[in-house]
Design a binder for this molecule. Structure first.
Ligand code: NDP
Length: 338
């Protein structure tokens, strides 16, 4: 049972050498009387929050940090090999929390959903039909309360969450601009993902001026994925009664000292609502979300870009790559196809 374990707590940017690929053991048989579930992991999800769990710190509310020597945990898609729990049976496909290893024995409470629809790529359950999809949906619609005609800005716009926020915004009748870290990503946003416009933030020496160019009348909704300098520039470009949906701050996760944000007083001047959220509070909306998104996938009204690598040994570089912008779209690791 190959596993990816954390070697030690991480400071600064994560490196491949912070993780080890080791040969663990697992008995491919449920212990007598267990009500756990034995999983064969098929797809693993690479997510920026995993960096937060690699730090030595008191986990923020609801987070438990990783333990050195143990496999990383995270979202994945898996097949049930054996189940001691009445809700699951051999052969079921599920998505939820598993570990970075080939086979996992997990409590049934960690499985979030049984996969019913299988005529889409199974990897989608790490992305558009999984946690990032729910994040984009809950954040944009439930927290952002968008209205037709509003002007929306999305950062890390080509990523797992951002690409969906942009498409949801277009489907709502909004004007949407995204920022991303390379020319290829900007082309993807404009030519494949339907954004009205997009720019490479690395080539904008003055983000405030860039935002003024794209939003001469200001931003109604900012979907925040990066934090830091981008947030500071956005605060100068929000419209009165705008909303800032704080989904993530990936530019800050590797810093010992988070960057200061200097323009917060605009929350007052412009009567802005800035609200953080955690997708875990919204999973009760999953059936409603599937009803919204599945027909749109089938009709080609929503597309989803994935960056798929094969093999558990590719997992550490893939995770590290998120913080260098190496992933183009949702970063997925395939362990087995079924
Ligand atoms: P992505 O697929 O977008 O991958 C991360 C991307 O972040 C990279 O590709 C890179 O894109 C960008 N990035 C990395 N470092 C920086 C930096 N220093 N400055 C600006 N951009 C950077 O990730 P996800 O879509 O999975 O996640 C997006 C955000 O949503 C994250 O902040 C994540 O923590 C958050 N999140 C929050 C949830 C919640 O419940 N609140 C749930 C899920 C995700 P580029 O090349 O464009 O720089």
């Amino acid at each position: 049972n190959k596993q990816v374990v954390l070697k030690d707590y991480v400071t600064g940017f994560p490196k491949e050498s912070d993780m080890d690929l080791v040969e663990g053991t697992i008995t491919l048989k449920l212990p007598e009387g267990s009500n756990d579930v034995l999983l064969k992991n098929l797809y693993l999800s690479c997510d920026p929050y995993m960096r937060i769990l690699m730090s030595k710190m008191e986990g923020p509310e609801g987070f438990r940090t990783y333990s050195p020597g143990s496999p990383l945990t995270g979202y994945g898609v898996a097949k049930v090999l054996e189940s001691g729990h009445p809700d699951y049976k051999k052969g079921d496909l599920v998505w939820g929390f598993t570990r970075w290893e080939e086979y996992s024995l997990v409590p049934a409470s960690l499985i979030l959903f049984k996969i019913e629809l299988t005529d889409v790529p199974l990897s989608y359950y790490t992305g558009i039909l999984g946690m990032p999809g729910m994040t984009a949906y809950a954040g944009f619609f439930e927290v952002g309360l968008p209205k037709k005609g509003e002007k929306v800005f999305v950062s890390a716009a080509s990523g797992a969450v951002g690409q969906l926020v942009g498409q949801f915004a277009k489907l709502t009748g909004c004007y949407v601009v995204g920022s991303a870290g390379s020319k290829d990503k900007v082309d993807l946003l404009k030519n494949k993902l339907g954004f009205d416009d997009a720019f490479n933030y690395k080539e904008e020496p003055d983000l405030n001026a860039a935002l003024k160019r794209y939003f001469p009348e200001g931003i109604d909704i900012y979907f925040e994925n990066v934090g830091g300098k981008t947030l500071d520039a956005v605060l100068l470009n929000m419209r009165v009664h705008g909303r800032i949906i704080v989904c993530g701050m990936v530019s800050q996760y590797n810093l010992d000292q988070p960057e200061g944000v200097t323009n917060l007083a605009n929350l007052i001047f412009r009567r802005i609502r800035m609200q953080g959220f955690n997708v875990a509070d919204y999973y009760q909306l999953y059936p409603k979300f599937l009803e919204y998104v599945i027909p749109k996938i089938k009709e080609g009204k929503i597309v989803y870009v994935e960056d798929i690598v094969e093999g558990l040994e590719k997992a550490p570089p893939a995770l590290v790559g998120l913080f260098r912008g190496r992933n183009v779209g949702k970063q997925v690791i395939v362990l087995a196809h079924e």
